[in-house]
Design a protein around this ligand. Structure first.
Ligand code: SF4
Length: 717
């Protein structure tokens, strides 16, 4: 029997361990997908501490996309109207290096941008930072994680002095009360939610609260579902804070010793009396009081969130308002308690560690901090002052930069912005204006490939070895188990090759990904995310949760219940966490008589993001043949919409056709569409044709969760 290769599921941030074996095993029938094509066998890794052998449908079927529609060779064209022609790697890389040189001398270093992905392994992320922020001297590297969890990053950083989710999955089974807000974990992080649900079922004293405008599968499992009006999260959180203060349900010692800013926060809370909050949130007063009582009566409250808080024009304030409740009750730094953000992408955490956003540097450093820049410059053997002090362009700002002619070269890797960005027609128009776009991906066609001048084939999951970190800070070695098709290469090798062609020979001498990893973890030494004791040798034996400093006992590596801030000291200047005292601003685009509905977007259990993989797996596409819209029966009746009827949705930016699902799961006045469909999979049915780019001023994360729309039935369809 062939020994299975251990790896990590490449979809969501839960980070389930997988074991993979070839289709043909001695004494066994060849394993095949629905179409009869031999495919790799995937099962859950029982030894993986985060998932304990479990997988959801996405993880179980991931291998079925490995050989579908792969980009195998570099391709080029001079203009977007021409067909691509196959070229050699040398020709493609020389063209990119030459364009970088000429654009840099004509327009300056800040006219070059790279847009990466939480699908990268940490080694890919790290080398991309070294190329862009180090060698090219521009911080114009951002990742699709900007659309996913940058508000959590900013929230943690501002409240605690450092990024990093302080909790671990063991907390799911040690909490008194799980408070889920803005997360449909049952569908989007199913294996984490299953652990919580089982614990909740067995321990009836444990409370499960879900805050979500929709009655999702997550909400159906809750003791208390608060179906708040979209955009009223801060009102709700401040309303709970108001009651805790009124009841004096506070941890005064913790507030006194470990925090700053409580008096300013209590002043803000005065404006959120429960009657007013219940009215604004459109919930009953007793529901609000019950939620507050759960916070007041339970010593260990574990809050969890994802896009519902993050994808907002006040995302950072929402995250920090939630953290406020932990600070006022001292519900942090102990088992079963703390604010726990669930990351969307498999390695968004690794991206944060490697500095993969426009304001970050590796090791949870920031570009604005002169000491941080100097430390990284020394490590990269670059002259002082090489790293720019100004944060680079974020995801949406790159689109604005293309519109303004400021961005002359855009390099997109492992992501599909022609579907995932807000205001998609504007995004596509900006991509069309790009003088030179490199698109590096494993699949072809994709929507974004339409806008590229150079296509670079990337090796993907299973075709390269590297590390990924999941939401609970567990690092897994994802080992290669098959060769990449054609001439596809690992992302980090491609970045390093361009770096060498630009003259940075010293900086890009790596024999393999293990060498990249060694250099990266050395840069995390003594930082919050200290991984300096993690090696490939250790990871070949087991996964490791950080922090794991150099010299740490190897037995320590086998413990997965590490929490940040157990000593109640925070990495701020004075060691204290900060309360956030801000008022709610509500939605950036509220409904009005012309656009009377709030449209909210999200995911379905089976699909992943823009379907680059899941759209190629028949088992999954059969479940969801077309995009749909959820509408409440009362609204449906008023507009004469029947279940199954096609309807047209219009916003100020665009329109889309969706099939109506009439359901009480959505509140009157609110509509829901999934965000997975691009023009490759459905004609004129993109959620992001409707959304707007208004972003949180702190995190620059756009408000993909809500926009104002109108709805009309389509006659005869
Ligand atoms: Fe993969 Fe997430 Fe499903 Fe786990 S829960 S198998 S990581 S998609």
């Amino acid at each position: 029997m062939t020994t299975p290769t251990k790896t990590l599921c490449p979809y969501c941030g839960v980070g389930c361990g997988l074991e993979v074996q070839p289709p043909a095993l001695p004494g066994k029938a060849t394993y095949r997908d629905d179409a009869g094509t031999p495919t790799w066998r995937v099962r859950g890794d029982r030894q993986h501490p985060s998932s304990r052998g479990r997988v959801c449908v996405k993880g179980a079927t991931v291998a079925e996309s490995l050989d579908k529609s792969r980009l195998k060779y570099p391709m080029m064209r001079d203009t977007l109207d021409e067909p691509f022609r196959q070229v050699s790697w040398d020709e493609a890389l020389d063209r990119i290096a030459n364009r970088i040189r000429s654009i840099r001398s004509a327009y300056g270093r800040h006219s070059i941008c790279m847009y990466g992905s939480g699908q990268f392994q940490t080694e890919d992320y790290y080398i991309a930072q070294k190329l862009m922020k180090g060698c090219l001297g521009t911080n114009n590297f951002d990742a699709n994680s900007r659309l996913c969890m940058s508000s959590a990053v900013a929230g943690y950083l501002q409240s605690f002095g450092s990024d990093g989710p302080p909790c671990c999955y063991d907390d799911l089974e040690q909490t008194d009360c799980a408070f889920l807000i803005g997360t449909n974990a049952a569908e989007c992080h199913p294996i984490v939610f299953n652990r919580l649900r089982e614990y909740h079922k067995k321990n009836r004293k444990v409370k499960l609260v879900v805050v979500d405008p929709r009655e999702t599968s997550t909400a159906k499992a809750a003791d208390l579902h608060l179906a708040i009006r979209p955009g009223t999260d801060i009102d709700l959180l401040h309303g709970i804070g108001h009651l805790l203060l009124r009841w004096q349900a506070l941890d005064s010692l913790f507030i006194e010793d470990c925090t700053r800013g409580f008096p300013e926060y209590t002043q803000i809370l005065e404006s959120y009396p429960p009657e007013l909050v219940a009215r604004r949130c459109d919930i009953r007063l007793d529901e609000l009081e019950l939620a507050a009582r759960y916070w007041a009566e339970n010593e260990r409250v574990l809050s969890m969130w994802s896009m519902g808080l993050n994808q907002s024009s006040e995302g950072t304030a929402k995250v920090r308002s939630l953290i406020n409740l932990h600070l006022m009750t001292g519900s942090i730094g102990k088992p079963g308690a703390g604010p726990f953000s669930l990351t969307g992408q498999p390695n968004a955490m690794g991206g944060r560690e490697a500095g993969g956003l426009a304001h970050l540097l590796p090791g949870y450093r920031t570009v604005k901090n002169p000491q941080h820049r100097a430390e990284v410059e020394r490590h990269w053997q670059l002259p002082p002052g090489q790293i720019d002090a100004i944060p680079g362009l974020t995801a949406w700002d790159m689109i604005l930069g293309l519109e303004a002619g400021q961005v002359q070269l855009l390099w997109v890797a492992a992501t599909n912005p022609a579907v995932s960005m807000p205001d998609i027609e504007r995004t596509k128009a900006a991509l069309r204006r790009s003088p030179f776009t490199v698109y590096q991906d494993a699949y072809y066609p994709t929507e974004t490939a339409d806008y590229a001048h150079v296509l670079l084939p990337a090796a993907q999951w299973g075709e390269k070895t590297g590390t990924m970190t999941n939401s609970e800070r567990v690092v897994t070695l994802c080992s290669k188990f098959r060769d990449a098709p054609g001439e596809a290469r690992p992302d980090w090798e491609i970045f390093a090759e361009v770096g060498r062609r630009l003259g940075f020979e010293t900086q890009f001498q790596f024999s393999d990904s293990a060498a990249v990893h060694r250099e990266f973890v050395a840069l995390t030494k003594s930082r919050t995310c200290d991984m300096s004791g993690i090696t490939y040798d250790l990871l070949q034996k087991q996964t490791v949760q950080w922090p794991h400093p150099e010299g740490a006992d190897e037995a320590e590596a086998g413990c997965y219940d590490k929490r940040l801030y157990e000593d109640l000291r925070f990495p701020t200047e004075d060691g204290r966490a900060r309360f956030c005292a801000v008022h709610s601003r509500g939605l950036a685009e509220a409904p009005d008589p012309d656009y009377p509905f709030v449209l909210t977007t999200g995911r379905v259990y089976e699909h992943w993001h823009t379907q680059t993989r899941t759209g190629r797996i028949p088992k999954i596409t059969k479940k969801h043949p077309h995009p749909f819209i959820e509408i409440h029966p009362r609204d449906a009746k008023k507009l004469e919409v029947l279940d199954g009827m096609w309807v047209m949705i219009r916003s100020r930016r665009g329109e889309g056709k969706f099939k109506a699902q009439v359901t009480k799961a959505i509140a009157p006045g609110t509509l829901f569409v999934p965000m997975h469909w691009g023009f490759l999979w459905a004609d004129n049915s993109q959620a992001n044709a409707l959304t707007h780019p208004e972003a949180c001023p702190d995190s620059r994360q756009p408000e993909l969760k809500a926009c104002a729309v109108q709805l009309s039935p389509l006659d005869g369809e």
